[in-house]
Design a protein. Sequence first.
Length: 422
Amino acid sequence: MKNVLLVNPWIYDFSAYDFGIRPVGLLRIGEFLRRKGAKVNLVDCMEGCSRHKDEDGFSKIKKEKIEKPEILKNIERPYFRYGISIQIFLEKISAFSEIDEIYVTSGMTYWYPGAHLAIRLLKERFNKTPITLGGIYATICHKHACSTSNADIVWKGSFLDKECFYQSGFYPAYDLLVDKDILPIQLTTGCPFRCTYCASRMFGAKFEMKDPVNLFEEVMYYNRVFGTKSFVFYDDALLYRSAEGIKRFLRIVIASGMQFTFHTPNGLHARFIDEELAELFKKTNFRDLRISLETSDEGVQQFTGGKVNNNDLKLALRNLKESGFTKKDLGVYILMGASYIDMENTMDDIIFINSLSAKAILASYSLIPGTLDYKVLVKNKIIKDGIDPLWHNKTIFSELLMPAYIRKAREIRRFTSNLNNS
């Protein structure tokens, strides 16, 4: 029997928050390997690192202030490693006498120092064991990962066939997690839209959906085995083809009489929130709904992909409020810091959202290689192709392009907070 180790590494960032983050892809691989006869173990650098959970179970993450990498030395803000201490990590991996294969996942491209550190420490402990690095960073920045991570294999894209996603009874190995109060679920993969700033298509060009009955069975399994009652949807296009997908799933939940809580931190497509869907959201206890707009500038809306317009948002919010949702339940994402969105226009966006009795949720712009935005910036020689992934960071990328960004961003954040609380 093979002895396999899965590793979810640290987050390296200026800020981080746990909105139900779990290494879902890694745990799917774990289940796949377990069904092949392997003994699967997990070292999760986020385990037990929640701080001050809010009423929904989300929280800040334990952190340690660390020295900034050389290229970030001039950034005037503290830099942190989020997760367990290095000492605890070493103790955890030292508990294994022999490991045959190691799989390390990676999150945001600019979190790569965490994956690199994990691989270095694992190599020191298991110098003959092959290490495979996968995940978002490994896929989007494949060349960088191949040349700098020291992993034996750098996997690009999905490790498993799509059949695993559809297969009834094939669930991520969530039993390896300590905290199962909130778990991610997924009804769909891919996205039919092609927004200029989004990398969704790099992980699956085709939009696909599993049987809503299978998803309900999955939710019931987690509730029965782990006692989980709160779930996070991390779909990129959860509401697309809603009649055969999310609406059907929610009707099954209602018919079952079960009481769950659902969250949507990824952002929902306003265009698809009709009266029926709004009612279903309310009846099935959706909390703190997040809706995507990015900007109220209709020209920029079309330029970036045309997935939503202002009228779509107005109708969606009207339907949600008529179903019983109030301002505290309704957050609308506004993109801040993109080169094609003037900071003054961002102020107008916030005022627009407030006029609709919803909260503006500021989403700092993050550069992603392979997107149209990235290609345009490279073509216009605003950035160099192959820029260090640390500069993709949503906290600092806009500072690289706009020196006055920090002061203006702080002003906008204060303004947003005041309006949201009014």
